[in-house]
Design a protein around this ligand. Sequence first.
Ligand code: KG4
Ligand code: ZN
Length: 334
Amino acid sequence: MADVILGIETSCDETAAAVVERATHVRSSVVASQIDRHARYGGVVPEIASRAHVELLTPVVAQALVEGGVADQEIEAVAATAGPGLVGSLLVGVSAAKAFALVWDVPFVAVNHLEGHLYASFLEEPDLELPLVVLLVSGGHTLLVHMEDHGRYRQLGSTIDDAAGEAFDKVARFLGLGYPGGPVIDRIAADGDPHAIAFPRAMLDRDYDFSFSGLKTAVVNHVRKHPDVATADVAASFQEAVVDVLVTKARRAARDVGAKGLCLGGGVAANSSLRSRFVEACDEDGIRPFVPSRSMCTDNAAMIAAAGWWRLRSDGPSPLDTGATPNLRLPVAG
Ligand code: KG4
Ligand code: ZN
């Protein structure tokens, strides 16, 4: 059984490599962010991202091996994100991972990026008990997932328009706060009043699906109508509306499926207000909260190595003709 896994993540604008043992022990996790290269365009430029991955991947892998204290020949499998993500970016990581696997004569494992986010919690809480409900909130996805067992997922709900992170990014861009929007709104909101403006909470009483595009429009309309409004109040009230909806639906899902725990994952899980409200809700409902550290919430390769370890156990190695799949979905059970 392959236990020491090199993980590679290049699905968007982070070039990352990590060495993880038995899906729980992170020996190294290196993330080279490309934010500076994209910031002036207000978002990720796919061609710039692919080229940067080509440039950064080899040194990032080398650094992960050195920091992990492992020689090439100790790596027992190579896992890489095969989707979802930007096709050019994914191809860089998948091609490199296959090349390493071939040269080192070890298995290659293709990993679903979303499954990686689901596994981020396990890296820090190996005794996590299933079944769980996971709220996965990133720049591209907003999902409520019932994780019945390892590799067995049931999607309970998703966004019908913008992802939660996308809403943060679009609102920040409109407010002239730069990219990426989540961290800056989080910071500015700390000085604002979350109850200053009553922004809409879409579909709050309905099932587990989400909608954030109306909220974004409400922010735009409010600021146009009240040009002197304090940006901190807009940021705080917008954030409060997003967090309210996310927490309400996540706790409802956990209650409905009888989950033992509620897990948070994805880049938006780095949000201060979401993290504290999530833990409070779990405490009130008597279920265990699992909130990964901020560096495990945003894109990294340790979570890919961890998900790869489980995939290898259940399905064995992936064929070397596995390609990149930009719109890959979470493998769902039943
Ligand atoms: O998971 P991730 O690193 O990349 C994707 O797979 O999309 O998530 C990136 C998203 C961006 O939309 C970013 O604005 C958001 O996560 N984000 C945050 C925070 N940090 C990152 N959103 C709210 N609050 C934060 N502190
Ligand atoms: Zn992600």
